[in-house]
Design a protein around this ligand. Sequence first.
Ligand SMILES: Cc1ncc(C[n+]2csc(CCOP(=O)(O)OP(=O)(O)O)c2C)c(N)n1
Length: 557
Amino acid sequence: MQMTGGEALAQQLAREGIKDVFGIPGVQLDFAVDGLRQMSNEIRFVVPRHEQTAAYMADGYARTTGRIGTCMVVPGPGLLNAAAGLATAYACNSPVLAIVGTIYSAAIGRGYGLLHEIKNQSGVLAAVTKWNALARSPQAVPGLVREAVAQLHKGRKQPVGIEIPPDVLSARSEIDLMPVPEDEDEGRRPNPAAIERAAALLDQSRFPVVYVGGGVLAAGAAAALQAFAERLQVPVVMSENGRGALSDRHPLALNAVGGRAVFAHADVVLVVGSRFSDTGLGAPAWPAKGPRYIYVNLDADVWAPPRHADVAIEADARLALEALRAAVARRAAPAVALERVRDWARLQADALEPLASWVRHLRAAIPDDGVLVSELTQVGYFARANYPVYQPGTLITCGYQGTLGFGFPTALGAAVGNPGRTIVSITGDGGFGWAMQELATARKYDLGLAIVVFADGRFGNVHAAMTEKFGAAHGVDLTNPKFDRLAAAFDIAFARADSPADLQRILHHHGASGGPLLIEAPVADLPNPWPLTRLDRHGASGPPNPLGEPGGTRSQP
Ligand SMILES: Cc1ncc(C[n+]2csc(CCOP(=O)(O)OP(=O)(O)O)c2C)c(N)n1
């Protein structure tokens, strides 16, 4: 059929099942945007106020729907603006497709100083994607879209990018669209010999422990994990990114704090879909010496030193867990009474007031399938390990990227993808400032979400860290808008939560049905949440292990 490269792009996207594209137009993208206009009965073009938001929205949409999140941005500054969002999606196993404009094909790499030109744009895109390619002709566009989507289904779920020059988008020629296969989520099968070795190690173990990360969620392996854990009666410790892989109501489910008690006694640890690395120090999440380790991951890099794998299984998490379940012997009960461990972790969290109350009341207000997008704010750090999660994809964080400002725009994408579901964003007054203009986007598309801003008038986390290090902080004070007037200016409902109970009441009343609601939650100095966020305490003291200290006498199960 005769069509432009831009029309081919939009039509192939529609074939791939893409229903929403988050992006911002500009001259190099005109023919792509016109292609979307012609397909607007099948694809919605959602236009926020900043490219960073477009990328975050694509990520939030992808992580909460399991579908591909697509963003489209102009070259140079458009890509640079989007890059923090793509980096976050990269860190968090999120299937995001980035469509990026370029300067004219003939000028690429020549340094003429064309509009939006930057040096080595493809390299910039490569830094935040696992695969990227440039379209050199309009006929190549459908094939590149097809390849990009196929790449998203292969290996780790991480962003992919295609660059399309404006002359390629505008050229009209005979173009064939590509057929789309019915099911391409085949997954990489585990090596049977490795499964046997792992099963033997697990069967011989006195006290096995499973540690899971976001790879389990990306592989849709929650049911396989539960079946495996129940067969082996093994505690499942979830990393921040892996929360929700097993419901926190399940008796075998433990957070990072509970993980400390069982890791201290584990003789075999099965790490599934996790880099198993402490984000601060690059050390393993738990010292490599001691237990024997089995790793399951699509990416062999995760068992590189300083980590160590006694058995390594390079495979899809779901397929590997299903194979392991079939291979291990059934156990009658866990090696120890895990209820004691769960209570021990809960008691430590409950003692950290008022953080515990904020999180408890948030949980009470959000239904099991509601999504909490938790940012870099004191309540958010605490929530990473201590907000109970009951379903996959219902606690969204920025993983190791630590991208301040990701929360509110990511929640907007979640709201686009999940009409009728409760979506709650929590940020500090600092992080909210990265994208507060997106209240316009929430209004424009009437997105049903609650935006909670914990307002302490400063970059609280930095203030606390600098004060601890130097006795004084610098550069941390904020001048905030009057949040009620800010909401009014964007025609958005506003409420003020003076206490955790207030917040619960306001959220409950808002439910999933309302449009956007901005909630200001004033807070004063809050206690340090960090001791209750990570698996390893790095030598700091804590309450005695309820299972006894390692090497000492273990109390009776
Ligand atoms: C993109 C980015 N810039 C800067 C930082 C450094 N940083 C981490 S937390 C923080 C302060 C957050 O303040 P706020 O959002 O008000 O939350 P609070 O700590 O006060 O609860 C800053 C500046 C970061 N993590 N990411």
